[in-house]
Design a protein around this ligand. Structure first.
Ligand SMILES: *[C@@H]1O[C@H](CO)[C@@H](O)[C@H](O)[C@H]1NC(C)=O
Ligand SMILES: *[C@@H]1O[C@H](CO)[C@@H](O)[C@H](O)[C@H]1NC(C)=O
Ligand SMILES: *[C@@H]1O[C@H](CO)[C@@H](O)[C@H](O)[C@H]1NC(C)=O
Ligand SMILES: *[C@@H]1O[C@H](CO)[C@@H](O)[C@H](O)[C@H]1NC(C)=O
Ligand SMILES: *[C@@H]1O[C@H](CO)[C@@H](O)[C@H](O)[C@H]1NC(C)=O
Ligand SMILES: *[C@@H]1O[C@H](CO)[C@@H](O)[C@H](O)[C@H]1NC(C)=O
Ligand SMILES: *[C@@H]1O[C@H](CO)[C@@H](O)[C@H](O)[C@H]1NC(C)=O
Ligand SMILES: *[C@@H]1O[C@H](CO)[C@@H](O)[C@H](O)[C@H]1NC(C)=O
Ligand SMILES: *[C@@H]1O[C@H](CO)[C@@H](O)[C@H](O)[C@H]1NC(C)=O
Ligand SMILES: *[C@@H]1O[C@H](CO)[C@@H](O)[C@H](O)[C@H]1NC(C)=O
Ligand SMILES: *[C@@H]1O[C@H](CO)[C@@H](O)[C@H](O)[C@H]1NC(C)=O
Ligand SMILES: *[C@@H]1O[C@H](CO)[C@@H](O)[C@H](O)[C@H]1NC(C)=O
Length: 816
């Protein structure tokens, strides 16, 4: 692994495992110990440490600034000495708190001189050295009790020599090696903590050695191949001290062994997710472990009914059973699980009755249940209104079921509720008063009706998505009293009147609604994407739209807009190179999932991932009634890649320096009244892949250029309907300008099927999108109960949502 791929590896891991990082919340780096200054450190140990520092080629956070010759090394950052002997006993340079690995270089063998060292933590640094292999000498540091080399991108063989460190009590090698050797660490019989997770290509064909670790409390071997291991419960049962067993993605073949006399009374945490078991849930070996607090079984494809024993696991706090192929059922009475905090069953049940399900949730003096997630589980029935036992809920996700009845008014009593997801169900009736804690209300695609409650402003509300319902009346002005609103979708309801003037929503990034184009649009200074196509907006485009200096995508196509193209387009600096936003500073930079959705531009589907969207800088004002000319200022939008002004009543000349928009990929000026000559600079647009100038009054000679010739071959009608154009590639000679129209310029009518194609295509994405949306949202590593994390994710997902909502608008229009 070379340096840069190592770095990427680290970053990838940092990203996928950040929740684990939080979970294990590593100890703070130890600062210089409070040590008696007169008791200066042992000179040869100081020299050893200085030699170690010498091996560091980059210390970007100045971690080792205090490591200076002639000073008491016991006071250096990361060093602890024994208060009696003055020997260095602890070296802790854990780099987990920096984004970049703070230390780059190699681990000097001078550390061998620290004979009394008991604690060595070099994790999360780039200390793999030039050849990447684990230094042999570590195997001689017999005094070590604590060794943490995690997140150092070593490569090469698994360091069997580490099995000589028989005094170790703590060993963390997670995310550090590429190995091919079977593991053997049975000599480390004093270990209490063993983390070998997320190394690559490591396998174990025998794990009986684990049972030699008689005091082991924590073992994580996630992603180590254990495909031949069938005696896991037997081995584990020999170690009554075990509290945590984490074996994610290990290719374990089954969990249907039986243990006659369970020893694992201390086991609190069992995570077997990502192993394909594919046998009945009830046959698993762990259901009689009454001490379990956390049980994670997502993506195990266990099926059938949950056993009644679950109802007796009274210590259980977290049960995660998501993505299991929808062949399980959950009818167990959970009334006694008073400690239960989270229950995730996403996409795992074949059916369910929400009424009965909710009634069987814990009913205890004080409810602790804060997260309940059961989307895509074919659940029917009515959500009961008795919610006294659910008042601690923070997250309630029941998206994509067949739940009917009303959103229970009792929800008002859930005063911690922040995330309410009920989209795509059969809910009817009015939206009730909501608790003030609400952050996300996501209830589109139901049969909700009636007016919105007058009190509809919430201090933390960020996403309000109620589209595709039958909600009537006025949008209450209190909607504007949500200062944190970032995403507001009221489209496809039966609202009357205008949207209230919401100038107090400085964070609003995405806005979708019906009605008329608001004049206060320029107040929404954070807006980047304004996509209001296929509505019934009339009037003109407010000049204030050019106050949106972060705008990158403006789509007002297919409305009834008249008047001029706003002249001060050069204010839209978000579409110029200089003010281009970096992908990182915004909520929709999202590395995962390429090609998730597509932006449909005319005649072609441009696929792009979430990052790519930032790259689509475009203006689409087509299919309106705009008049006047194209302001010359438009050519200052240097990174515009898509400009569509077709099907308007625009006139005048095409700006001479149109060729300065060098990144233009698609330019459509067809079906207007443009006149004059085609500017020769057009042939400078070397990235152009679509050009349509047809049906204008353009005249004179067509500019030459290879790109234009190619485009003409692909679309021979791109100059049609301009009677006075001449010269190649047309057959009409410029000297006989006035001659009658040539056969070559046959009328090629706009494809009447186009509109249907356009919408038909999009509806396919809707489905695909939701699948991805849910998958990302509930992806294992991100979930757990870290709501702040979820919060962040929602931010990132906003971008996806906006697209789908536009699609919805488009679909509604086809129906009309
Ligand atoms: C430092 O150690 C010396 C000798 O062991 C002792 O006399 C002195 O009081 C100590 N100073 C402090 C601040 O502890
Ligand atoms: C040291 O690392 C930092 C952060 O990774 C980097 O920006 C800097 O260029 C590096 N310096 C040297 C001298 O390699
Ligand atoms: C890697 O480098 C260390 C010293 O930096 C050396 O001792 C070791 O033999 C090298 N390993 C390989 C596989 O080259
Ligand atoms: C590891 O331990 C064995 C047996 O005690 C010994 O023979 C060997 O030299 C040790 N190796 C190292 C690298 O300490
Ligand atoms: C480690 O275990 C192996 C195999 O049981 C044994 O041969 C070796 O001597 C042990 N080493 C130490 C240092 O205990
Ligand atoms: C998990 O293990 C597989 C196969 O050993 C490897 O390809 C993959 O990179 C590992 N994943 C991580 C995140 O280490
Ligand atoms: C329970 O643990 C003890 C101590 O490790 C062990 O001796 C015994 O065999 C275990 N019992 C079972 C049934 O595994
Ligand atoms: C355990 O499940 C596997 C399939 O995962 C099956 O082949 C095996 O027969 C089952 N064993 C028992 C004892 O039920
Ligand atoms: C869930 O419901 C859908 C539609 O109602 C049905 O097609 C599907 O078969 C059901 N799934 C299961 C696992 O029963
Ligand atoms: C759900 O359960 C309730 C209570 O047992 C029952 O009244 C209702 O008919 C059930 N609904 C469905 C759709 O099965
Ligand atoms: C909220 O809880 C109180 C006290 O339990 C109850 O009287 C009231 O009816 C509940 N409100 C709703 C809307 O259910
Ligand atoms: C346009 O924006 C300016 C400055 O924010 C504001 O004073 C003016 O009222 C806005 N125009 C309209 C019509 O809202």
């Amino acid at each position: 692994m070379n340096r840069s791929s190592a770095a990427r590896f680290l970053l990838l891991i940092a990203a996928t495992c950040s929740s684990f990082l939080i979970a294990h919340s590593r100890k703070q780096p130890v600062l210089a110990s409070d040590h008696n200054a007169s008791e200066a450190c042992v000179p040869h140990e100081r020299n050893a440490l200085l030699a170690f520092k010498h091996g560091i080629t980059n210390d970007s956070t100045n971690l080792l600034a205090s490591w200076r010759a002639g000073q008491d090394c016991c006071r250096w950052t990361g060093i602890t000495c024994d208060s009696q002997t003055g020997h260095v006993v602890k070296l802790d340079l854990n780099g987990a708190y920096s984004f970049y690995p703070p230390l780059v270089g190699q681990i000097s063998s001078s550390l061998l001189s620290l004979e009394y060292l008991e604690y060595l933590d070099l994790s999360s640094n780039s200390l793999e050295g030039t050849n990447g292999s684990v230094p042999e000498f570590l195997g001689y540091m017999n005094n070590l009790r604590h060794l943490d080399l995690s997140y150092i991108p070593f490569s090469g063989r698994f360091p069997t020599l580490l099995s000589n460190l028989t005094n170790l009590e703590y060993l963390d090698l997670s995310t550090s090696f590429l190995g091919t050797v079977p593991l053997y660490l049975g000599n480390l019989s004093k270990l209490r903590y063993l983390d070998l997770s997320w190394m690559q290509n490591v396998q174990a064909t025998d794990i009986s050695w684990i049972s030699h670790m008689h005091t082991l409390e924590y073992i994580d071997m996630s992603n180590i191949t254990l495909s031949t291991i069938t005696d896991l419960p037997v081995v584990a049962n020999m170690i009554p001290t075990l509290k945590h067993i984490i074996l994610i993605n290990c290719l374990l073949p089954s969990a249907n062994q039986s243990i006659t006399h369970p020893n694992l009374t201390k086991l609190e945490d069992l995570d077997l997710s990502g192993n394909y078991f594919g046998h009945p849930i009830a046959s698993c070996w762990f259901w009689n472990l009454k001490g379990l607090k956390s049980l994670r079984l997502d993506e195990t494809y266990l099926y059938g009914p949950f056993p009644d024993a679950l109802g007796e696991m009274v210590s259980l706090q977290h049960l995660d059973f998501s993505y299991n192929g929808k062949a399980a059922t959950m009818t167990v009475d959970l009334k006694n699980l008073c400690e239960l905090e989270s229950l995730y069953l996403d996409k795992s049940l074949s059916s369910g009755n929400i009424t009965e399900f909710v009634e069987k949730l814990p009913q205890c003096a004080s409810s602790k249940l804060s997260a309940l997630s059961s989307p895509s589980n074919n659940m029917t029935g009515v959500f009961p209104n008795t919610m006294e036992h659910l008042t601690s809920l923070i997250t309630l996700i029941l998206t994509n079921n067949s739940i009917s009845g009303a959103i229970p008014p009792g929800i008002r009593n859930c005063t911690s509720l922040e995330y309410l997801h009920f989209s795509s169900n059969r809910l009817s009736g009015q939206i009730p008063l909501l608790p003030r804690s609400i952050r996300i209300l996501d209830v589109p695609t139901n049969f909700l009706s009636g007016h919105l409650p007058l009190e509809f402003g919430f201090p933390n509300l960020k996403n309000l998505i109620i589209s595709f319902n039958y909600i009537t009346g006025q949008v209450p002005p209190s909607v504007c009293e949500s200062p944190n609103m970032a995403f507001l979708d009221l489209s496809n309801n039966l609202f009357e009147g205008e949207l209230p003037h919401c100038s107090h929503m400085p964070n609003l990034r995405f806005l979708l609604f019906y009605g008329s184009l608001p004049r206060w649009i320029g107040d929404l200074v954070s807006l980047r994407i304004l996509h209001l196509s296929h509505n019934m907006f009339d009037g003109d485009i407010p000049d204030n739209i050019t106050y949106l200096t972060r705008l990158q995508y403006l789509n007002l196509a297919a409305n009834n807009i008249s008047g001029l193209v706003p002249p001060s387009l050069s204010n839209l600096v978000g579409m110029t190179l200089k003010h281009r936003s970096s992908p990182n500073d915004d909520s929709y930079s999202f590395d995962e999932s390429q090609d998730i959705f597509s932006l449909v531009t005319k005649h072609e589907v441009l696929k792009y991932g979430a990052h790519g969207l930032v790259d689509v800088i475009g203006i689409d004002l087509s299919l309106n009634r705009l008049t006047g000319g194209i302001p010359n200022e438009i050519t200052s939008l240097s990174i515009l890649s898509n400009l569509n002004l077709s099907w308007n009543h625009l006139s005048g000349n095409i700006p001479d320096n149109i060729g300065s928009m060098k990144l233009m990929e698609s330019l459509d000026l067809s079906r207007n009244n443009f006149s004059g000559e085609i500017p020769p600079s057009l042939s400078d647009l070397t990235y152009l892949s679509y050009l349509d100038l047809s049906y204008n009054n353009l005249s004179g000679m067509i500019p030459s250029g290879r790109q234009l010739d190619t485009l003409y071959t692909e679309n021979p009608s791109m100059y049609s309907g301009n009677n006075d154009l001449c010269g190649p590639p047309l057959l009409r000679n410029c000297s006989e300008k006035r001659a009658s129209e040539h056969g070559n310029q046959q009328e090629t009518k706009k494809d009447p099927d186009f509109v249907i194609f356009y919408y038909g295509l999009e509806s396919g994405f809707v489905v695909a999108f939701w699948v991805v949306f849910c998958a990302l949202l509930f992806k294992k590593a991100w979930r757990v109960a870290y709501f702040s994390f979820v919060d962040l994710l929602y931010d990132k997902l906003n971008m996806f949502v906006v697209v789908i909502c536009c699609i919805y608008i488009a679909r509604r229009k086809t129906k009309n």
